[in-house]
Design a protein around this ligand. Structure first.
Ligand code: CMP
Length: 140
């Protein structure tokens, strides 16, 4: 992945609520180009691996149950200043605290069911993106 790219994951609440198209459109309208995208599902083992950094946290079990509850949509996005701009677009982790007009404020319903993820650094975008996409899918 390049410096001007980020990783996002649209979560199962959005897909099951029928808001997937609307959110993809709002991401594109904000100037992000979709480099890679897929509809997929995580097994429990995969989810525990992907969220391994949170395994000691009290919310870990709830997070895993939610993330395996239905299809998800990981994406690699490209835009100048992608990491920061995307985190502004999605808003704070807790939808109740997310700024008005952000994706989490509009579509998130709890800190667990918070609609969407955005990587917090280039290094994490690289790690998270390569969990879901092969080199061939990223054209590298
Ligand atoms: P995200 O940052 O996309 O990935 C990790 C997820 O853990 C985060 O979204 C929230 O959904 C969840 N999370 C983080 N902090 C808490 C918390 N204090 N309580 C419950 N869930 C949390």
């Amino acid at each position: 992945m390049r410096d001007n790219q980020t990783f996002t994951l649209i979560k199962p609440d959005v897909v099951s609520d029928g808001h997937l198209g609307e959110i993809v459109q709002s991401i594109q309208d904000a100037g992000f180009k979709i480099i890679a995208i897929k509809l997929t599902r995580l097994s429990r083992v995969e989810a525990m691996d992907f969220y391994g950094v949170h395994k000691e946290k009290p919310f870990f079990g709830k997070l895993i149950d939610f993330m395996i509850s239905g299809p998800i949509v990981p994406m690699i996005l490209e835009k100048e200043n992608a990491i920061e701009d995307f985190r502004q677009l999605i808003g704070a982790t807790n939808p109740a605290l997310a700024e008005k007009g952000t994706i989490r404020e509009k579509f998130g319903t709890s800190i667990t069911k918070n609609a969407i993820h955005g990587s917090d650094s280039i290094d994490n975008a690289e790690i998270e993106g390569s969990f879901y996409f092969s080199k061939r899918e990223l054209f590298v």
